[in-house]
Design a protein. Sequence first.
Length: 184
Amino acid sequence: MNDDRIKCVKDSEITITELMIPAYANFGGKVHGGILLSLMDKVAYVCASKFSEMYCVTVAVEGVEFLAPVEVGELVSFKAAVNFVGNTTMIVGIRVESLNVTSGKTAHTNSCYFTMAAKDPNGQLAKVPALKIENDTQLRRFCEGRAIRDFSKQKRALLKSDLSQCSILELKSMVNKERCQVDY
Ligand SMILES: CC(C)(COP(=O)(O)OP(=O)(O)OC[C@H]1O[C@@H](n2cnc3c(N)ncnc32)[C@H](O)[C@@H]1OP(=O)(O)O)[C@@H](O)C(=O)NCCC(=O)NCCS
């Protein structure tokens, strides 16, 4: 695969709309968050593989928050684009909106960011095309993507190093004002 490719955001853009069927419901009658996550994962794959023209895998997900419940019978649209590219990974931004077809009411149910890695036919990480930035929104999203990548790196480092170095005594004192009871 040519490593010097440069592609536009619009080469990655996709929108997929899915009907929320009764099989997607939880005991409360609303759509399971896990169903939406699974659909977002598929959408992220479609977007990343279309952009990179390679097989892709999900590396990480940031910023999943469910802002409004989704009802059975609603149409849910997943709008995705590559916001940021590194060397072998892409950050795909996904905006999820629900539509009640009878009332016409729409709701922004969540936005999140999937880091997807491209793999070559041997399963090795492969370089993805560079991203051509063509307007202010794309520039802002690229910068947000870079911030997400840096933040996610810091978060991993913090969890790995700092807490693993702490003694049990230090860990216990860290949680003594939290709503838990250390019972050993
Ligand atoms: C994630 C994975 C690609 C990292 O591989 P690695 O050899 O440790 O990679 P490196 O540390 O050299 O990093 C490679 C890239 O992954 C990114 N990366 C690695 N770990 C990451 C994480 N936890 N979150 C976000 N990005 C991550 C790096 O920033 C780097 O990006 P860049 O090439 O765009 O700069 C590898 O562990 C993998 O393939 N995991 C399995 C993914 C998979 O199969 N998903 C499907 C789930 S069933």
